[in-house]
Write a protein that binds this ligand. Sequence first.
Ligand SMILES: O=C([O-])CC(=O)C(=O)O
Ligand SMILES: [Mg+2]
Length: 202
Amino acid sequence: MIERLHKLPTTALSDATGGYTNVEAAIKPLSPHFHIAGRAVTVRLPDGENGAVLEAIASAMPGDILVIDAKGNTNRAVAGDFVMQLAQGVGIQGFVVDGVIRDSLAAIDIGFAVFSKGTTVAAGNKHGGGHVNVPIALGGVAVAPGDYIVGDADGVIVIPQEDIEKVIEAAEQKVQKDELREQEALHDGETSIRAYLQKVVK
Ligand SMILES: O=C([O-])CC(=O)C(=O)O
Ligand SMILES: [Mg+2]
């Protein structure tokens, strides 16, 4: 499943699902070249805290994606360069954060795929609290532990575990359909573009 997901753009997945589980557009990749596809390890954080992120890193499997619900808090970072290196070192693909991170250049330099509401200078507090692998909200979308997450230059989409096969099928078909449309319209420059437009414009 994950191999097939890696080949699919979020746009085709959105077309396949009707967009109901598209994450709020404010959660964006730090680099447009980041592309992740994998299972969610979820983290729910108290306001301004980030201690439970380490607990989640300790429990994740290689290829997992940490999905962090900081309730959109943009004042304190859920992670920075050190925490990202810990995560990358144990094989985590990336972070998707309803909140912000810091040391953003380091994430880009080490190629660690972070999707967030931006960056801040302030570290998170370490008073404790938080929960790992509980149901969370991510940019207006419910995420359960083990759900599939795909992120690329255009944003992030959640695919509930029980829907994964039919969503992949539908998205693969959409990619094929888009390719055929492109061939038909573009294969012969202006001639085929005009023919295509004549067909579709009433
Ligand atoms: O310590 C923190 O909370 C965030 C940080 O700067 C790092 O992980 O490098
Ligand atoms: Mg740091």
